[in-house]
Design a protein around this ligand. Structure first.
Ligand code: SAM
Ligand code: SF4
Length: 329
């Protein structure tokens, strides 16, 4: 679908809208660029040059931004990273967000490694739910323990994110579906995107979501779930088993025309698209006495300028300077 852009002045009231009429109400906030994992599709084995501490937004700054975004109609904040659980005192941030914005949904995407000890304090601080990334069921007992801890703490419904890469873990897709049925979790398969720091991505390594669904459907027949949890398309098991399957077909079936997401990097830069080539600096105004209204207008201007969509499937596709762990996913 091609979106039609409108002309006109940048709105000063109402929800956060872009020139294509899309409304942004879902914000991902990266709380650190550091990570305790080195998933090959994301970060190099030697890590990346970490941001200096003073460049990272403080909890008070994140909370203030969350309040400004909430007044602009944002309904959900998802904490991400790097790995959000390696940020010290993370439960305090959740408590501050909860206190400032009781009606905002606050969730987190994590690799799950530290959840066995953090699930409880995070839930007590007011976190609503977690998405846990897991690309193989053959490793990471610690991550499985994290899933159980999240469930016990009530951070539900639990979703799992699984990036599928040809020649790596595509043979585990049906095992993941079985795991969804046994655990009751929704397992969401994400197409591999050209955002790995090492730039090893190639199209041949992308396993199309439709192939994943066909593989699962042949063993455990699927029916489309009534609800769409954008950008994932969700399916239930036809035999009524618990759990669900979701696919995020970012490469083969881009969903840019319904994108409602915004992202803030750990150093306070607003990105209107995962693949954006431009960022709006929110940290400088935060630290130089700008009013909430000033910041709101910077945000409105950046959202208004959001482009139609990423160009992964175009010959002139260009990678953004930041790779996934510096954006947050
Ligand atoms: N560390 C946390 C985690 O892994 O959940 C949060 C940050 S991570 C960058 C967010 C999500 O991005 C994860 O689900 C991860 O699997 C996904 N991701 C990372 N690199 C990707 C890539 N090149 N293509 C698709 N998804 C990717
Ligand atoms: Fe893996 Fe998430 Fe860390 Fe990237 S940020 S290396 S996806 S755990």
């Amino acid at each position: 679908m091609t979106l039609q852009a409108t002309d006109g002045p940048i709105p000063t009231t109402g929800p956060l809208v872009d020139t294509f009429g899309r409304i942004a109400d879902d914000l991902r906030v990266s709380v650190t660029d550091k990570c305790n994992f080195r998933c090959t599709y994301c970060m190099p084995a030697e890590g990346l040059p970490w941001l200096p501490r003073e460049e990272i937004l403080r909890f008070e700054e994140i909370t203030r931004l969350a309040t400004v975004f909430a007044t602009l109609g944002v309904k959900e904040i998802k904490l991400t990273g790097g790995e959000p659980t390696v940020r010290r005192e993370l439960p305090s941030l959740v408590a501050m967000l909860r206190d400032a914005q009781p009606n905002l949904a606050v969730s987190m995407t994590t690799n799950g490694y530290l959840l066995d000890r953090l699930a409880q304090p995070l839930a007590a601080a007011g976190l609503d739910r977690v998405t846990i990334s897991c690309d193989s069921l053959m490793r990471h007992h610690q991550v499985l323990a994290g899933m159980r801890a999240a469930e016990a703490a009530g951070l539900t419904p639990i979703k799992l994110n699984c990036v599928v890469i040809a020649g790596t873990n595509e043979d585990e897709v049906v095992d993941f579906a079985r795991f969804a049925r046994d655990s009751g979790y929704e397992v969401r398969f994400i197409e591999y995107m050209p955002l790995d720091a090492e730039q090893h991505w190639e199209r041949a390594k992308v396993v199309p979501s439709r192939d994943i669904l066909a593989q699962i459907d042949a063993v455990f027949p699927l029916t489309k779930a009534g609800h769409e949890t954008e950008p994932a398309t969700s399916y239930r098991f036809a035999d009524g088993a618990p759990g669900a399957i979701g696919v995020i077909a970012s490469v083969t079936e881009p969903f840019c025309d319904t994108c409602n997401r915004l992202r803030i990097t750990a150093d306070g830069q607003l990105r209107a698209c995962l693949f954006a080539m431009h960022e709006a600096d929110l940290r400088a105004p935060l630290r130089s006495g700008a009013s909430d209204d000033d910041i709101a207008q910077i945000i409105r201007t950046a959202v208004w300028a959001k482009w139609e969509g990423h160009k992964i499937n175009h010959p002139d596709f260009e990678r953004p300077a930041r790779s996934m762990s510096m954006i947050g996913g």
